[in-house]
Ligand binder design. Structure first.
Ligand code: SF4
Length: 239
């Protein structure tokens, strides 16, 4: 994350000084974790809205997105910088989040951010499950995964400020790689080679789709150039 300042830490994206008292323990990536250590049953929520998933293996599925506040990863092409700050949005309990989602038509919840795994998500996944809502997680893989999930998508951000927590890949049903330039394709191919033993094994996530591990590519902003690169890499790796 950002530069240390004595016994606190600066998150460059949010420009805030965070103290150990606020953030509890230290995650493998070096940031304080979890964000909601003071009350692990509550969350700083940026937005809740229903949509049709437009990316990856779940494309076309109606889902309600809950975007949690806070991300220290700092991707240069991030399309949701409004979610980087650990402040803002609404502070809601897991039951309040789940009640809002249950009132909307989709029967799937997509928990994203920000970086949702910066929070302890156990309470939220339990509250959603109690209301019969399936739970999908989208994470950069830079924090440990908490909670029980029907689908886990890890989207590594190699240019980000936090390293991947390698164990997280074992729980991924889907690995989604963002492609904008040629070097992203080279990065994907190096990643596939480096992690081929994990990628060829079954996901440890015990959701209903855990037999299938998928690698998806996502063209940045669906630009023509990025889309062409994605098509090319899929043609080279049809499996
Ligand atoms: Fe944005 Fe996601 Fe990267 Fe965080 S991990 S900076 S929310 S793209």
């Amino acid at each position: 994350a950002g530069a240390s300042r004595g016994n606190s830490r600066v998150i460059p994206s949010a420009g805030r000084v965070l103290t150990p008292v606020q953030y509890g323990a230290v995650a493998p990536g070096g940031a304080w974790w979890p964000l909601n250590n003071g009350d692990r049953g509550s969350y700083q929520v940026n937005r809740i809205y229903p949509t049709i998933q437009g990316e990856g293996a779940q494309a076309g599925r109606a889902m309600t997105i809950v975007r949690l506040q806070g991300c220290p990863v700092g991707c240069v092409w991030c399309d949701t910088p409004e979610s980087w700050s650990v402040w803002g949005g609404r502070y809601l309990t897991a039951d309040q989040v789940a009640d809002e989602m249950a009132a909307l038509p989709p029967r799937w919840a997509l928990v994203t951010g920000g970086e949702p795994a910066w929070h302890d998500l156990q309470s939220l996944t339990e509250a959603l499950h109690m209301r019969g809502i399936r739970r999908a997680l989208e994470t950069s893989g830079t924090f440990p995964i908490t909670g029980a999930w029907d689908w886990v998508c890890v989207s590594p951000k190699p240019a980000g400020l936090h390293p991947l927590v390698s164990d997280v890949l074992k729980y991924a049903d889907e690995i989604k790689w963002v492609v904008g330039r040629e070097r992203d394709v080279a990065g994907l191919e190096a990643f596939l080679e480096e992690h081929k033993s994990v990628l060829s094994s079954r996901s440890l996530n015990r959701g209903p789709f855990h037999r299938h591990r998928v690698v998806s590519v996502q063209p940045v902003s669906a630009s023509p150039r990025a889309t062409r690169l994605c098509v090319e890499v899929l043609m080279r790796h049809p499996d």
